[in-house]
Write a protein that binds this ligand. Structure first.
Ligand SMILES: NC(=O)N[C@@H](CC(=O)O)C(=O)O
Ligand SMILES: [Zn+2]
Ligand SMILES: [Zn+2]
Length: 428
């Protein structure tokens, strides 16, 4: 199949291309990019007038809940949600049941994803067996099966000596460690940020230090071991500060921010609504500002979703009882555009870098770059369309979002993965 994407504004961070051009796709690859490419060369023409044409988004942090919690999401619905959100590659976290701590589970996820013919799914391996924090998982086996990284996401490995061993193993195997930073002993039943809002709502709080002490520890361990550290879902201003200093010191560290953390503060919580409950929690306006500025200044290099679907029943409980987590795949691009591009923090080029090129570089995959010869993983994004987010239109099984009804400007119109259209709302 040959596809010609006509008249779009091509934005490609790898080459810094930033101009209106046509893109010709042939045999799963980008064949040509240029002005006025002839339509007769293509079997299908997609008119991208007024839209950005960017490398398909890459989400370093999603939960597809498969195996074990398929009532929340499964690999097929997760991939559909990703395609709707403009994503062509996602990294799935290992906190499934059973935990993804061995090559069999990695193979199961990769095979099921392939059978769904949609987007690329890469399973992240757990650091420890069963995420129990007692002994290392078969990290080498999982890397041989195709895991691009390890992570204990959902928790931190609290035993620093064991975590250090895991980091040494990751360094030896040449893969990054994706770190969820949370000192579990300091949580003390907290369910939201520890601030005036928590007092007003009468809810136990989670201090910034719960995150910050593990960010500090993990940076020190990365410096010690030479491992490549990537900090998940950073939410505090001091995380940004520590990443900045660590980079200046030459530590191999990168960091991600999620749309909910750069869009909302606890001031936006009108009541105790469990769609505002996620881990780490929404923080203060000061933290939000630091995260936005961190992305603007290139300290924080990645925007990831931490897509964490839960059923209505799971979330329809008290703030104390409901699980942490919100969905994100179908709202990340519009929120990034609406809050950060239109808000004056990121250029469209930086948006593409944070959502695609940088993740590819950090994970070490040959993606996130649309130039001739590269895989045809492309997203077409309309920066002018204004609409209201409607959770009932989500392809995800999860409806747990605080953004339902929010008006945003910027919309994913078409997603192409390996030269196949996997989502399309343009001249259907
Ligand atoms: N972020 C969340 O609130 N929840 C995640 C776990 C995690 O990312 O730590 C989940 O798996 O539900
Ligand atoms: Zn986490
Ligand atoms: Zn997560």
């Amino acid at each position: 199949m040959t596809i010609l994407i006509k008249g779009g504004h091509v934005i490609n961070p790898a080459t810094q291309m930033d101009e209106v051009a046509d893109v010709l796709i042939e045999d799963q690859k980008i064949k040509k990019i240029g002005k006025e490419l002839p339509e007769k060369e293509a079997e299908r023409v997609i008119n991208a007038d007024g839209c950005y044409v960017m490398p398909g988004f890459i989400d370093m942090h999603v939960h597809f809940r498969d195996p074990g919690f398929e009532q929340k999401e499964d690999i097929y619905t997760g991939m559909q949600a990703a395609a709707h959100g403009g994503y062509t590659t996602v990294l799935t976290m290992p906190n499934t049941k059973p935990v993804a701590d061995n090559p069999d589970i990695v193979n199961y996820v990769h095979n099921k994803a392939k059978s769904g013919n949609c987007i690329h799914v890469l399973q992240v391996g757990a650091v420890t067996k069963g995420q129990q924090g007692k002994e290392l998982a078969d990290i080498e086996g999982m890397v041989k099966a195709g895991s691009p990284a390890i992570s204990e996401d959902g928790k931190s490995v609290m035993d620093a000596a064991l975590y250090r061993d895991g980091m040494l193993e990751a360094a030896r195997l040449g893969i990054p460690v994706l770190a969820h930073c949370e000192d579990i002993h300091m949580v003390r039943g907290g369910v939201m940020n520890a601030d005036a809002k928590a007092k007003e709502l009468g809810l136990p709080g989670i201090t910034n230090s719960v995150e910050d002490v593990i960010v500090a520890r993990d940076i020190i361990l990365a410096k010690d071991t030479g491992a490549q550290l990537h900090l998940c879902h950073c939410s505090t201003k001091d995380s940004v500060l520590m990443v900045k200093v660590a980079k200046e010191e030459g530590v191999r560290v990168s960091a991600e921010v999620c749309p909910h953390h750069f869009t909302l503060s606890t001031d936006d919580m009108k009541e105790a609504d469990t769609n505002y409950k996620m881990n780490p929690p929404l923080r203060t306006k000061e933290d939000v500002k630091a995260l936005r500025e961190g992305l603007r200044d290139g300290i924080m290099e990645v925007i990831s979703t931490d897509h964490a679907p839960h059923t209505f029943e799971d979330k329809n409980r008290s703030m104390q009882e409901a699980p942490f987590g919100i969905v994100g795949l179908e709202t990340a691009a519009c929120l990034t555009h609406n809050e950060l591009v239109l808000g004056g923090y990121l250029t469209p080029m930086q948006m593409a870098a944070c959502m695609s090129y940088h993740p590819a570089q950090i994970v070490g995959i040959d993606k996130g770059d649309i130039q001739p010869g590269k895989a045809a993983d492309v997203v077409i994004f309309d920066p002018e369309e204004t609409y209201r987010i409607d959770k009932n239109t989500f392809a995800s099984k999860g409806r747990n979002t605080p953004f339902d009804g929010k008006e945003v400007t910027g919309r994913v119109k078409c997603t192409i993965c390996d030269g196949e259209v996997v989502f399309n709302e343009l001249n259907k």
